[in-house]
Design a binder for this molecule. Structure first.
Ligand code: NAD
Length: 260
């Protein structure tokens, strides 16, 4: 199973988990598109990964909630590299509040980035995959695709929603050789999580140490964070798996926090 010369669009790949997946794919010989809100960071990441090789990367600015930017970005990739083989819809943010004080604008922003982003990028890539008769779509879910936590109503709702969208695309895409799967990581130390630690400590009235040891890692089998490399390895398997035997699935990678 190889991604050599496969064209892979990864959203939110200028940082954290998306960047780690991009690094893994380029190391496997892929042509990777770092699609991110942050143009400079996307370009910087692409340059760094291309230097490391043996694959190559380009950076493009893309807000996954903008239909025009998503369509323009995917079209530019198809023009440059002739198609799209893999989409990793990974861009995401976190906003935490108790439900009764959750600002409606923040709720809409969360659903838009996580769900509209997955919908719009899939919609833009699918026709190109159908034309080729093959493709792999990966959504970045979370343990919160299967489990709930206080303060995270919008995140949990969006991450559960990705399972449904993925299963529909698995059914519609099967006759065209297009597979879709969801990765569900536990806590991974990225800027998204670093930001949550003081916020949750304040909202829950506990120390930052307690947030890490009790809230984030309390249910794991070994009190360990999942790593970016762990998630990237799973992404590589989903992206390169060659048949519809592996579609419509979700895989939890969380040090046993959640067990199916
Ligand atoms: P991160 O903050 O390190 O990276 C997120 C990236 O997404 C950033 O580069 C940001 O610029 C980009 N982004 C944000 N909004 C965007 C938009 N509208 N359009 C395009 N790009 C946008 O976060 P991360 O921890 O690497 O998270 C990546 C994904 O993994 C998210 O979907 C997150 O929900 C999911 N996830 C993270 C964890 C974790 O513990 N870190 C666990 C489970 C799932």
């Amino acid at each position: 199973m190889t991604l050599k010369d496969k064209v892979c669009i990864i959203t939110g790949a200028a940082s954290g988990i998306g960047q780690g997946i991009a690094r893994r794919f380029v190391a496997g010989g892929a042509k990777v598109v770092i699609a991110d809100l942050k143009r400079e960071a996307a370009t910087r990441t692409a340059e760094e990964l291309t230097k490391a090789g043996p694959g190559e990367a380009i950076g493009i600015e893309m807000d996954v909630t903008s239909e025009d930017q998503v369509n323009a970005g995917v079209e530019a990739v198809v023009k440059k590299w002739g198609g799209v083989d893999v989409l990793v819809s990974n861009a995401g943010v976190q906003i935490v509040h108790k439900l009764e004080s959750f600002p409606y604008d923040d709720w809409k922003k969360m659903l838009s980035i996580h769900l509209d982003g997955a919908f719009l990028t899939s919609k833009a890539c699918l026709p190109h995959m159908y034309k080729k008769g093959s493709g792999s779509i990966i959504f970045m879910g979370s343990v919160h695709s299967k489990e709930a936590s206080p303060l995270k109503s919008a995140y949990v709702t969006a991450k559960h929603g990705l399972l449904g969208l993925s299963r529909v695309i698995a059914k519609e895409g099967a006759e065209h050789g297009v597979r879709t799967n969801v990765i569900c990581p536990g806590f991974v130390k990225t800027p998204l999580v670093e930001k949550q630690i003081p916020q949750q400590a304040q909202e829950l009235g506990i120390s930052e140490k307690q947030v890490i040891e009790q809230v984030m890692l309390g249910q794991t089998v070994d009190k360990e964070f999942t790593t970016i490399e762990d998630v990237a390895e799973i992404a590589h398997v989903f992206a390169s798996f060659p048949t519809n035997a592996l579609t419509g699935q979700s895989l939890v990678v969380s040090h046993g926090w959640f067990m199916d």
